[in-house]
Design a binder for this molecule. Structure first.
Ligand code: PAF
Length: 297
């Protein structure tokens, strides 16, 4: 185990790797004394082009870029999903080196959740934001996300933090958290990266079988179809259409399809001026749960 770790650490030529909170903090303190701006990309590993796009953007906008890899147990409400979450640190380090990421923080569970803090989750009222869509089907998920992101923000103290728009609800909740806690961190949204056939890039795609992978672009195809009907059909008519199309496709079990306001996430019943509607979807394909969204314009 120890040898394997040394081998991994040796792989990293330019990337500085930290496992302990104290050591990364000490290092970043020196950087902050030198007035270096810090961009932060929190991840759960199994990195793909979507993550790399966040890191590339962060590299352009900051003196130093920190990426964290931590599969956060408190945001999983399904034990199997946590156990099967793809992990490949060797590949991740190679990816990070390829985009010249400066620092990788890769703590273990005890470091992030010491015994005395195990049960302590962030107590923050997100109103309706964490109760709908993902929040409805994954109870407690966003409190777990907010808890870990807050812990990471306190360790890294970034100037800017980068989040992909695929997890759109997460992005809105993190923005709300920063606002409520008055954290001086700019949250930068980054657009969804897609495979050539339209499937949104996600670490979970690695768990799809060959057949499922072929079927997966159906989700984006329907989002595009839904967008085409905007604003001719009402939100509820579009919703009915999408639900019907899913019920006819035996590969998928649709969890939700919602058209919401992109700032408040309030479900829309009719189109109004100055709205920025976004259609969000979650569906199961075999044992994998996929999410995606499209801004309707
Ligand atoms: O989006 C993710 O990968 C995770 O939810 C995050 C933000 C790294 C928190 O664990």
């Amino acid at each position: 185990m120890f040898r394997a770790k040394i081998y991994l650490w040796l792989l990293a030529e330019n990337l500085k790797i930290f496992e302990e909170i104290k050591s990364i903090r000490d290092f970043l303190k020196v950087c902050s004394a030198k007035k270096k701006s810090v961009g932060f990309v929190p991840t759960m590993g199994a990195l793909h082009e979507g993550h790399l796009a966040l890191i590339k953007k962060a590299k352009k906008e900051n003196d130093l870029v920190v990426c964290s890899i931590f599969v956060n147990p408190t945001q999983f409400n399904n034990k199997e999903d946590l156990a099967k979450y793809p992990r490949d640190l060797k590949k991740d380090i190679e990816f990070l080196e390829s985009v010249n990421c400066d620092i990788l923080f890769v703590p273990n569970e005890k470091e992030m959740y010491p015994e005395d803090e195990k049960e302590k989750l962030l107590k923050l009222d997100f109103g309706n934001l964490d109760k709908i869509m993902e929040g409805k089907f994954r109870p407690g998920h966003f409190i777990g996300v907010a808890t870990i992101v807050n812990k990471l923000f306190r360790i890294v103290e970034p100037d800017k933090a980068y989040f992909g728009e695929k997890d759109y609800q997460q992005l809105i909740i993190i923005k709300k958290m920063v606002e409520k806690l008055k954290q001086p961190i700019q949250i930068i949204p980054c657009s969804i990266k897609r495979e050539k056939d339209g499937l949104a890039m996600s670490s979970r795609n690695a768990r799809l079988t060959k057949e499922e992978r072929k079927a997966a672009p159906f989700i984006y195809m329907l989002l595009k179809e839904a967008e085409k009907f905007y604003p001719v059909l009402s939100p509820s008519k579009i919703k009915n259409l999408v639900e019907k199309r899913f019920s006819e496709n035996k590969n998928f079990i649709l969890e939700y399809f919602e058209i919401v306001d992109s700032s408040t996430l309030i479900s829309l019943n009719k189109w109004e001026k100055m709205q920025n509607p976004i259609a969000c979807i979650a569906a199961h394909l075999g044992k994998v749960r996929l999410i995606d969204n499209i801004k309707m314009q």
